[in-house]
Design a protein around this ligand. Structure first.
Ligand SMILES: Cc1ncc(COP(=O)(O)O)c(C=O)c1O
Length: 433
């Protein structure tokens, strides 16, 4: 598939949109509201048609910009928060805590107390310390989900594999920790709603999530037989991938949900259990609804021992607004737009670098126009997830703003670019230093 092709699901801005949006300042994250709403509706419909007693929760770690969280909530999603900060973001977006659930492998007591005070819907417990802490608290307790490590290798990048046995997340099923966790919760009088797992991210087919779901179903069956405990909810986490580049295209959400539900419901059959099924997607909700715009600053050709020569295009962002290429070796499709409306000539392999002090090759050997020059723009596709959420101030760059293209076509800033005052607001120079 050629670079930058709009597929069924990916947002690609038109040249006019790019030139208009760039006036808000680059780098700029852009989210298309209509695209996002349609994606959520499609995912919800696909899951409901496969299993009517189901809910979707948006993993807000993927993008906790308030406008995004609010849209997800308006469309009927629950909100998964993985920290007090993400919970505060949801609250600020107008989402009641009763529509949120709290994750985390090392939640601080203060975080747990804050969530409970706010009336959190569920806490997904991850370790025995947390169970004891919640069990020992006075007053009304939240509903509990037990995070299980089913021992599944999702065959994705190691840094986004979470469901294998050797993981910091959750209670291992095979070594009996999951059962002990359930029994301890029940002993403490906690209201356990069910089981949760999240096997990994950027999964192109449901195989790993299916295995995780089946192991949870098996566990639920065992716990019913041994202890009479009947789970009401099975949450199989997020994980469905997005189409970043080439032919690594995820299964359609309809087929993904169908296959996932078919195998979990089969695994549940002998137990007679018919719990609510929950998925917790992040990337596959928001990833393809977002792009990042950069302005080209420098075009340079240098000798290369392996290639003869290499063309570098330096854009006005990099590692601080998209650490994924450096963290995971992530690849993206790019689309160029001329700043002055001219038509581009042929393309050539180009390395796009950022402004940072390391060799932050953002995108290597992407096909970009030979006559790309300073003042032109590139949009990086499928950057709605884990981009603005992972932005930093490295090299003291201001974090970019986010524009929302409304359904009317109007673009509004939903997150301003960071100001210099904001950058230095936390600094304290002690007197006499
Ligand atoms: C517990 C949990 N749920 C959901 C997600 C969302 O995953 P994805 O964005 O791949 O759908 C993650 C991602 O790390 C996670 O850790």
């Amino acid at each position: 598939m050629p670079t930058g092709t709009a597929t069924e699901t990916r947002l690609v801005l038109t040249d006019d949109q790019v030139r208009g949006l760039a006036k808000l300042g680059t780098p700029l994250y852009v989210i298309d509201e209509g695209h996002l709403r349609r994606r959520i509706r499609r995912y919800l419909a696909a899951f409901k048609s496969a299993w009517p007693n189901s809910e979707l929760t948006f993993a807000s770690k993927a993008n906790s910009t308030l406008a995004v969280v609010k849209i997800a909530y308006q469309e009927g999603l629950l909100i998964d928060v993985a920290s007090e900060g993400e919970l505060r973001a949801a609250l600020k977006a107008g989402v009641p805590a009763s529509r949120c659930h709290l994750h985390g492998n090392n939640k601080k007591p203060g975080e747990i107390r804050f969530a409970i005070e706010q009336g959190i819907n569920q806490i997904v417990v991850d370790n025995f310390e947390e169970i004891e802490l919640i069990g020992g608290l006075e007053g009304k307790k939240p509903d509990i989900m037990i995070r299980l490590a089913p021992g599944v290798d999702p065959k994705t990048h190691a840094k986004i594999s979470t469901g294998q046995a050797d993981t910091k997340f959750g209670f291992n099923i095979a070594d009996g920790s999951g059962e002990k966790a359930l029994l301890r919760c029940l002993e403490l009088g906690l209201d356990v709603k069910g089981y949760h797992c999240h096997v990994g991210s950027q999964l192109l087919d449901p195989e790993a999530q299916v295995s995780g779901g089946e192991l949870l179903a098996q566990f639920a069956t065992d716990m019913k037989a041994k202890h009479g405990y009947e789970t009401q909810v099975i949450n199989v986490g997020g994980g469905l991938g997005v189409h970043y580049v080439g032919d690594a295209v995820p299964l359609s959400v309809e087929e993904y949900c169908r296959q996932l539900v078919a195998s979990i419901s089969k695994a549940l059959e002998p137990s007679g259990l018919r719990p609510m099924l929950v998925q917790e997607p992040g990337r596959s909700i928001i990833g393809e609804s977002g792009v990042t715009l950069y302005e080209v600053g420098v075009v340079k050709t240098v000798p290369s021992p392996t290639k003869g020569h290499r063309v570098y295009v330096a854009v006005d962002g990099g590692l601080s607004d998209n650490p994924r290429p450096v963290m995971y070796g992530s690849k993206y499709d790019l689309v160029a737009t001329s700043g002055d409306g001219r038509t581009f000539g042929p393309t050539r392999p180009t390395t796009v670098s950022g402004k940072h002090c390391e060799t932050d090759m953002l995108f290597e050997d992407v096909m970009l126009p030979e006559d790309l020059r300073p003042g032109d723009f590139v949009q990086v596709l499928v950057t709605g997830a884990y981009n603005s959420a992972m932005a930093s101030n490295y090299n003291r760059y201001q974090r970019p703003g986010t524009a929302l293209v409304r359904e009317s076509g109007e673009a509004v800033l939903v997150q301003r670019p960071e100001s210099w005052d904001e950058m230095f607001a936390r600094e304290i120079l002690p007197e006499g230093l």
